[in-house]
Design a protein around this ligand. Structure first.
Ligand code: PLP
Length: 300
């Protein structure tokens, strides 16, 4: 596979207060964030030059850092401005934004009381093609052996780097076995989420069921899609879902900034047929993210 490495591209990255050349955005190998996962990040999408739910993402970044017991030395407003500066410098109209904050190098041990907190913001083109027909085929998910940790085991509501260790392991195994992604159960053995997206099921009762986000990220897309579904008159049931209940689901889909609304055709031995309900939400989400800026402000 020929890939353009992310450290060898043209452009600028916002790094600790200013835009610098893309290839110079480096950190030292003795960074606490690298060794001890004291790092939080966001994943955001730009549609028609506008970051969808920008403020919510920046607020979550601040909150994630606070959960890991550090404070990002830039206010929410400053980060918002920095994101816009980065997107403008890169000339992006449809793309992805990745803010990341981490503990630096002053102390190199478990304790990091005096480490400087760094912030970088990168943005790159990520064209978003809308092809509902291709999407409606549905993706295949394996069942991961790794479980989402309990809320007293890890900072489960933060978007923190350390939580993704088991996601990468799960996704790699799934991909090796011919699946697109993996579904993870939680510490109780209940349905939790995919490796980078939340999960919803249309059950035989015609209602949309989704796990209560008590030990994983309550995604910004998840909350958006719940509102879209309610606006269509669908009933949402947030509850604990046992894996064997997937046998009663007719449709299934994932939600996330990257996944948007992605229909699912299979999870392990369970299969689903992406149908009209999922298609409606795929279309509504697409319409919402691409809404003209003036209307979008009102809708958000
Ligand atoms: C583990 C995990 N769950 C859920 C989500 C969905 O969150 P959001 O809709 O805020 O992108 C993401 C993506 O950020 C994720 O990485």
């Amino acid at each position: 596979m020929s890939l353009i490495p992310f450290d060898d591209r043209e452009g600028s990255i916002w790094f600790d207060g200013a835009l610098i050349p893309w290839r110079d955005a480096k950190l030292h190998v003795l960074s606490h964030g690298l060794h001890y996962a004291s790092s939080v990040f966001e994943g955001e999408r730009v549609y028609n030059g506008r970051v969808f739910k920008s403020l919510e993402h920046t607020q979550r970044l601040h909150k994630s850092a606070a959960t890991l017991d550090f404070e990002i030395p830039y206010s929410v407003a400053e980060i918002e401005a920095a994101k816009h500066e980065t997107i403008a410098a890169m000339g992006i109209s449809d793309g992805y934004v990745r803010p990341v904050a981490w503990r630096g190098s002053e102390m190199m041990g478990v304790s990091a009381q005096h480490n400087t907190i760094h912030l970088a913001i990168a943005a790159w083109e990520w064209p978003s093609y809308f092809d509902p027909e291709a999407k409606m085929k549905g993706i295949k998910l394996a069942l991961s052996k790794w479980r989402r940790p309990a809320p007293d085991t890890a900072p489960v509501h933060a978007k923190a780097a350390g939580l993704y260790m088991i996601c990468t392991m799960s996704k790699h195994k799934a991909e090796k076995e011919g699946f697109h992604d993996a579904l993870m159960l939680d510490y109780r053995g209940l349905v939790a989420e995919a490796t980078g997206a939340n999960v919803f099921f249309v059950m035989k009762d015609g209602k949309i069921h989704t796990p209560t986000p008590d030990c994983f990220l309550d995604g910004i897309t998840r909350r958006t899609v719940i509102e879209l579904a309610k606006a269509r008159g669908h009933e949402i049931v947030e509850r604990q879902i046992r894996p064997e209940e997937m046998a009663d689901a007719t449709e299934c889909f994932l939600t996330g900034t990257a996944a948007e609304v992605t229909p699912v055709g299979q999870i392990g031995d369970y299969s689903f047929t992406p149908g009209e309900l999922t298609r409606g939400l795929v279309e509504d989400y697409d319409a919402l993210v691409r809404m003209a800026p003036a209307n979008a402000q009102a809708a958000e």
